[in-house]
Design a protein. Sequence first.
Length: 460
Amino acid sequence: MWRVASVFWAGEVAHVGNLRAALGLSALLSLCASVTAADTGRAQCCSSLSPELPPVTHYGASLYREEDPLGPFRFDPPLVRDSEQSIETLESEVETLESLAGPMAARLSRPVAELGYASLSQDRVTEAVDYLQRAVHLVRINRGLYTPAQEAMLEQLIAAHLRLGDFAAADEQQAYLYRVRQYQEQNPASPRMREATLHYADWMRGVYLGDMDRLRYPRLVGLNDLYENAIENIEASEGEYSRALLPYLQGHIDLCYLVSVYPGEQQSGVRITGGPAMDASLANQAQLRFWRMRDYNFRYGREALERAEAVLQANPDSSAQELANARIARADWYQWHRRYAKAIRLYEEAWDIMAGEEGGADWLQREFAAPLELPRSRVFNPGAVPLEAQNNAQVQMGFRVTRHGEARDIQILTETTDEQVQLTLTRAYHYLRNVRFRPSLKNGKVVAAKDLQRTYQVRY
C-alpha cells in the first residue's frame, strides 16, 4: 500500500470524527510555526560513484511559458463581496440594535458582517478585518462554534488578510473554515466536501511553495493526511473503485511531485520555541513520517498513479481518453525520475490507446506533437503566498529536445547589453537545461525534436 500510516486522523465518517481529524491536522500544522528548524536532508549528497543529479526545474514557478495550455501560472485572489447597503446605513442599523438588544445580540451579526463587506470593497481593509472578526465572534456565540452562517464571513476575512499581506492570519482562518465545513458535511464523497478539501489542499500547497513556515515538512505531512483521510473515508462508504477517489488520488500525485524536489530545511537541529511539551513528540513523529514519505516517494507516486488507472479501468463508463491520460501520467512520473525505458514504453502505450479513437487525432496532436514541460499540472503554480522572487523577466530561447526529454543545444535568442538582464539569461539557460520534458511521438514512437523556439517567463 502506498499510504503512510496516519497518526493524527481518526478516520470516522461521522462529522464528529471528521472534526477530530481536522483538529489533528491543525496540531500537526502548528509545528510549522512552533518549531524553528530541522535537518531532514538525509543522504543529500552523493559519492563520486553515484553523482548527484542536477536539481529539476520547478516548471510553473521558476520557469514557465504563458502560451502553455496549462496556464495561467498565477494566483487568482478570492473575490470580494460587496454590500447592497451603504456604510452609513449599516452603521446606523448597528447602533440601533446595540441600544435595543446589547452588543452581543444575535441580530447584530448580519449588519456587522455587511459593514465588513462594504469596507473591504472600498479598500478600507483594516476596518473590514475588525468588522468581520466581530461578526464571526457574534455568530459563534449565538449559533455555535461550527455554524455554517460564518462561512461567507470567514471567506471575506481571509480575503482581507491577504490584502494586508498577513498570510499567517489568513492561514489560520483557512484551517478554521475547513473545520467548519468538515463538521457540517458527513459524506466525504459529496461535491461540497470534495470542493472544500481540494480548496484547502491547494491553499496548503501554495503556503508551502511560498516558504512561509519556519519548518516546511509538516505542511507536506499535513497534505498527505488530508488526502489519505478523504481516500479512506470514500473507500469505506463507496468502495475502492469509486470514481470519487480520483481527485484525491491526483492530489496525492501532486504531493509526490512536491516531495520529490524537497530542498531540506535551512538549519539543523530541532528547537521548540515555547510550545507545550507534547510538541517535541509530535515533531519527532512528523519528522519520521516525512522521512518515510521522502524515502519511498517514487513508489508512493507510482502506486497512486496505478491506483487511479485501476479505478478508471474498473468503471465501464470511463472513456478511452481518460484511460490514455492515466497512462500518460504514469509515463510522466517515470520520465520525471529519469527512468526513460519505462517512460517510453508507457508513452507509446498511451498513443496506442487513442489511435483510431474518435477525437484521437486531436488528442495525439495536443499531447505528443511537440515536447511538453513536466509536470503537466499546476503543482508548482504560486499560491496566495508570493514566491520569494525579486526578478521577473521574459526570455526567448531556441533548443532541441532529446528522446529522453532533455533540452540540448540551448541558444539565448533575447539580446541585451544590460548586466542584470544578462544574469537573468544565464539563469534561464540553467533552468531550461534542467527541465524535464515529455518527448514527442511520431507514428507511435518516441522521437527527438529540434528547432524549437519558446518564450519563457523567469522568476527568481
